[in-house]
Design a binder for this molecule. Structure first.
Ligand SMILES: Nc1ncnc2c1ncn2[C@@H]1O[C@H](COP(=O)(O)OP(=O)(O)OP(=O)(O)O)[C@@H](O)[C@H]1O
Ligand SMILES: [Mg+2]
Length: 259
């Protein structure tokens, strides 16, 4: 359902010059699967998800949602996906109900279905108390719920979540995780990023560990266990990320000695 082929991304930054955010990242997410992109700050998670969401173009490689290229068939891709990220704004003058109907109608969904979807989403995300308030006074958690609602109202095939539980309290975070599972049971394909190990461990069918723009490992927890000889994801993560750091230090050492 999602195919990522050799993605590379170089940002041209005024201060930092060329920033290599992704190098040759490839992975696949099958239909009905939950895939977690796990990595530390600055690893390239958001960059990967923004490319898949058609918001930015890669420098090299391509990615596909179903058969559609995120570069060549942006509109087709957008119809298939729902995106949740901290970048997604909410209209301050509108209420969650108004935003839900607005996006639903934009996507040609009839009002009865929008109403039905919203009922369910509001219940699930515990939003009922504030669905008729303008979002301008919302806390970050309330805004995050509104953004998730907006992504779900169209009932998309593929969901792309950049750190879906950030800013949410424990109870709501758990609800979101339960909902992600429920979406999979309904045949949706889900790609989410996180730096919270237990989220990846609990939710994902497969995990891709990304570090410094490089997808270092990718597979089910069982596969990652076999590859590393470690049992829990924390040990696996640090053995992979740590090993890569050692490698970098080793290759950088002669250069620093030259200075
Ligand atoms: N617009 C941009 N211009 C320049 N550099 C950028 C830009 N966006 C991202 N980067 C750089 O690309 C690299 C990857 O960033 P990215 O946001 O993808 O990381 P991340 O894994 O999502 O991190 P976090 O966990 O902090 O959200 C970082 O070095 C970042 O500074
Ligand atoms: Mg990010």
């Amino acid at each position: 359902m999602i195919r990522v082929d050799n993605l590379g991304k170089i940002f041209k930054d005024k201060k930092r010059g060329e920033v290599l955010a992704l190098q040759d990242v490839s992975f696949r997410v099958k239909e009905g699967e939950i895939f977690a992109l796990l990595g530390p700050n600055g690893a390239g998670k958001t960059t990967t998800l923004r490319i898949l969401s058609t918001l930015i173009r890669p420098t090299s490689g391509d990615a596909y949602i179903s058969q559609f290229s995120v570069q060549k068939h942006k509109e087709d891709v957008r119809k298939l996906i729902g995106v949740v990220s901290y970048e997604t704004g909410v209209y301050e003058r509108m209420t969650p109900v108004e935003i839900g109907y607005y996006f639903g109608r934009l996507n040609d969904i009839d009002d009865a279905e929008i109403g039905k979807n919203l009922e369910y989403i509001f219940h699930l995300l515990r939003m009922r108390d504030f669905v008729d308030q303008r979002t301008e006074t919302f806390s970050s958690g309330m805004k995050q719920k509104t953004v998730i609602m907006r992504a779900l109202v169209t009932n998309p095939q593929v969901l792309i979540f950049d750190e879906p539980t950030s800013g949410l309290d424990l109870l709501t975070a758990k609800n979101v995780m339960d909902y992600i599972r429920l979406l999979r049971e309904n045949g949706k394909t889900i790609l989410f990023s996180t730096h919270i190990l237990w989220e990846a461990e609990k939710l994902a069918d497969r995990i891709g560990i990304i570090h410094k723009g490089d997808l270092v490992e990718n597979g089910s927890l069982e596969v990652l266990r076999q590859k590393t000889g470690k049992r829990d994801l924390e040990e696996i993560f640090f053995s992979i990320v740590g090993a890569k750091n050692d490698l970098l230090l080793a290759t950088e050492a002669p250069r620093s000695q030259r200075v």
